[in-house]
Ligand binder design. Structure first.
Ligand SMILES: [Fe+2]
Length: 329
């Protein structure tokens, strides 16, 4: 009976879409479910029995800021468990950081003996409500109005699925850059919000132009170039988004002055717009589109570097590349 239950438990855990890992009291992996194999692209045989910090984090327990890289290890060593904790996860098997809500807890035998700790990773991009909650709790300055900006993200996403996920990723990259530049918390939050709403003006661009796979005709390109103006006009009606308006307006300006809609140059372009421009380009290059496959991250990094000083602010490219390298390319 017990082994039947055991087999059933294994089947259920392997059917769960969320990665589940368990380690013994010494930090050695003693269980991973199929979602872990899928997420990391490795067989469980390569992980089980190994110290999790060595197997997943190249032996590096802490990040540059001295925080634990692994929630499971943190729980084991501090005795604290986590409930829907928002975390960036970047193991040796991930090309880019992924964002999860993580639960951790201790596991006891039926006799009450402590066996180890377990972690469950909920993918926030699969759980939109959870994402909303997570970001609201993380935004320090304006959480109560977050509903409004999320409504914008939904409005854009309703027309163009690529733009939806794209806005969220641009927002996360912009936040990482702002943080690495040492901006104040309020500005870091603002960078995230600008990322979410930066393409809201695409609501005013006809769908056949937005989703056109081939090159655009000159008159179609003119329609596209209107989206920063349209976005700024829409957002200007919301008083608490006042600071976002100039950033959205300038997110397609280029450092060398050859961008649109105003042809602003260098420091004339708001700092957050310069950040968005790098984040936006990086995500566009590293995402699959209907007309081409995603570029590998190192190729996208080279493209950013090649265009530093012309399209992009070189200081921001440098900082972003450092952030990406910190995630162990
Ligand atoms: Fe845009």
């Amino acid at each position: 009976m017990e082994s039947m239950e055991h087999g059933m438990a294994q089947l259920i855990l392997d059917s769960l879409p969320s990665p589940v890992l368990m380690s013994d009291l010494h930090g050695r992996l003693i269980f991973v479910n199929r979602a872990v194999e899928d997420d990391l692209g490795v067989e469980r045989g390569e992980l089980l029995g190994r110290p999790l910090i060595e197997a997943l984090y190249q032996g590096r327990k802490f990040d540059r800021r001295g925080k634990y890289r692994s929630a499971l290890m943190e729980t084991l060593e501090t005795g604290r468990s986590f409930n829907a904790r928002f975390m960036e996860v970047k193991t040796v098997f991930h090309q880019l950081p992924r964002f999860f809500l993580v639960d951790t807890f201790f596991v006891h035998s039926s006799g009450g003996q402590l066996l180890g700790a377990c972690a469950v990773y909920h993918d926030i991009f699969r759980h939109r409500e959870l994402l909303k909650r997570a970001v609201m709790s993380r935004l320090t300055t304006i959480s109560e109005q977050f509903e409004t900006i999320y409504a914008f993200a939904e409005a854009i996403g309703a027309r163009d699925l690529y733009t939806m996920g794209h806005s969220e990723k641009v927002a996360e990259y912009a936040r990482l850059i702002a943080e690495a530049l040492g901006l104040q918390e309020k500005e870091v939050d603002l960078a995230y919000i600008c990322g979410i709403v930066h393409d809201v003006g695409k609501i005013g661009v006809p769908e056949n132009i937005l989703n056109k796979p081939g090159p655009l005709l000159p008159e179609e390109f003119v329609q596209i170039t209107c989206h920063p103006d349209k976005g700024a006009a829409i957002l200007s009606h919301i008083s608490w988004l006042e600071q976002v308006v100039p950033v959205v307006l300038a997110h397609h300006e280029r450092y060398d002055g050859r961008g649109y809609p105003r042809g602003l140059k260098g420091e004339e372009i708001p700092l957050l717009s310069r950040i968005l421009s790098v984040a936006d380009a990086f995500d566009a290059m590293t995402s699959d589109r209907s007309y081409r496959r995603a570029l590998p991250v190192p190729v996208a990094i080279n493209e950013l570097k090649r265009n530093a000083g012309t399209q992009f602010d070189p200081r921001i490219v440098e900082v972003f590349v450092q952030v990406l390298l910190e995630y162990q390319f």
